[in-house]
Ligand binder design. Sequence first.
Ligand code: HEM
Ligand code: FE2
Length: 622
Amino acid sequence: MSTPTPPKPSLPAERLSPWWRRSVYATVVIGFTVLILLTVKVHYDAPPIPGRVVDARGELLFSKQNILHGQQLFLEHGLMNNGSIWGHGGYLGPDYSAQYLHTLAVHAAETLSRQHFNQPVAALTVAQRAMIEALVRSELKENRFDPHSDTLTVTDAEAESYLQQQDMWSDFFSAPEKNGGLPAQFLTKGENLSDLTAFFAWTAWAAVTRRPGEQTTYTNNFPYDPLAGNEPSGAAVLWSAVSLIALLGGTALVLLAFGKFDYLGWKSTERHIAPMLIPGQPTPAQRAVIKFFVIVALLFLVQALIGGVTAHYRAEPGDFYGFDLSGFFPSNVMRTWHLQLAIFWIASAYVAGALLLASELGGRQSNNQAAFIHVLFAALVIVVAGSLLGEWAGTFQLMGDLSFWFGQQGWEFLELGRAWQLGLAVALVYWFLLLVRDVKPALRSPDLKELTVFFLVAALAVPVFYLPAMFFDSTTHWSIVDTWRFWIIHLWVEGFFEFFVTVLVAVILSGLGVVSRITATRVIYLDAIMYFGGGLIGTGHHWYFNGHSELNMALSAIFSAMEVIPLTLLTLDAWDFVKVTRTQRDLSGERIPVPHEWTFYFIMAVGTWNFFGAGVFGFLIN
Ligand code: HEM
Ligand SMILES: [Fe+2]
């Protein structure tokens, strides 16, 4: 028997310093200002698309229209889910820009070898070969684009390679064994293939040619190819090292703060807090949400199975257990579905989780909420099924001009047709309004107001940051599209989703009465400062090699390295959770069992894997 402890004298009311809010505002304003400046800057820094590309005699090889039509073909055929451009896309096929560039360097070496020594490269002496390789590098690196006449003049070797590569790419697209599982004869010779090759040629040109007045190329020397003279730039090495120091310095600062202010983190409270979330009867609206979780589980299962099919294509592209699957379910469609399904189940889980907690937060049942949730569910099913079917039909060129609206747009992670994207955005706004209905009473409670505002801001950020998906189409400059694509993907997963999870966990923990509202709110502010402090400017880590400047490389290397700091703190969080669940005692000193114990285990597990996935592997990839 434990001895009863006397009741505690009541503690003075806790208050949060206004500096928390001011610091979050400052972080967000500075972060977005820099991000907007970098976004404006890429319009000046992106590699130009020449109006005309001519050979040494001034004969037209191809034009801007050809290049952009090639890009359009690339996207409409779902090739970004086969191979990549400047490193962005699938790994089933090659990096098209790197493959074109390397082939070009080999062709150029042969052409120059015959010009200078009248022999193939294989027959040259070591000294002769070194000379030819130096010539290849200097020819490819020289920038012959004239902005006044909007004309790019290429060398004989480059012109010859462009013609030869059309045969090479035609062969590449002829059979699934050669390309990681595309349908046979996916693209055949003719106008289409020459335009596609023109697009590849332009991406290779931007990757190898020096920016005017600079030593590095438009893509900061990416991809690596010593034959073409592409080696890691000095800036890449410098800023990689500086980013490590930023990570160390930032970690030290945060540890200092945690040492000095021992109340930071998920600390339990001495006083008893009346829990809101008591296990019991779910409301009709909460019951209406259950089917979302069933769908989430199903989508996840299908996604993993399709991931298996995609992996099979990597191993045996032309043969699926004795059967050629590429004619019906080619690898680029499988990979598209794999990515889209991931986005759908993750987004659905957020949608459902927020709906589930909203009615707890508001403490009431809004009229007909269940019926409104059924409508949202129907919309979700239509968008998921419709967009996946559309991606299949679009990739097979069955939809003509409708493909843009309902089929395959081609941009990795944003493949679904524009109409489905609009549907998704509208559904997410509708979801936000459902949340507002439910949490309204909490907005009037002084105790819950701040937490509720966070909850709504985090939810609203999801549809708002989907809007950049509407800013481009298949003929927009690649560098500009890649900039907007990561305003969505990066800011969702490395900004607002993390923030949202923090808010959901805060609502759960304070709802269960294991931490005070003040503690929960303070953790949200702290996490917001850390996540947005690194994550907003860190967006540029997706822009290292796609036409942005060295300034972007420097800033985003430093800030994205600091994204790891809050992830490292997840290990501290895990211990806070253990303590929080064990320290609650009743008046007689007996431990109070925490309701929903498994919720805590789940949150700890998510934190652990978040640290490994985003922290360890995220840093590695950075
Ligand atoms: C058994 C489960 C899974 C298998 C077998 C699998 C398989 C694959 C394969 C083979 C690729 C590479 C395709 C290529 O070569 O381009 C891939 C890419 C990818 N998978 Fe999975 N996957 C699985 C689960 C997941 C899950 C659970 C997620 C996320 C929730 C996920 C997200 C992704 C993403 C985002 C990519 C693209 C990566 C990039 O392009 O950088 N996968 N998956
Ligand atoms: Fe990112």
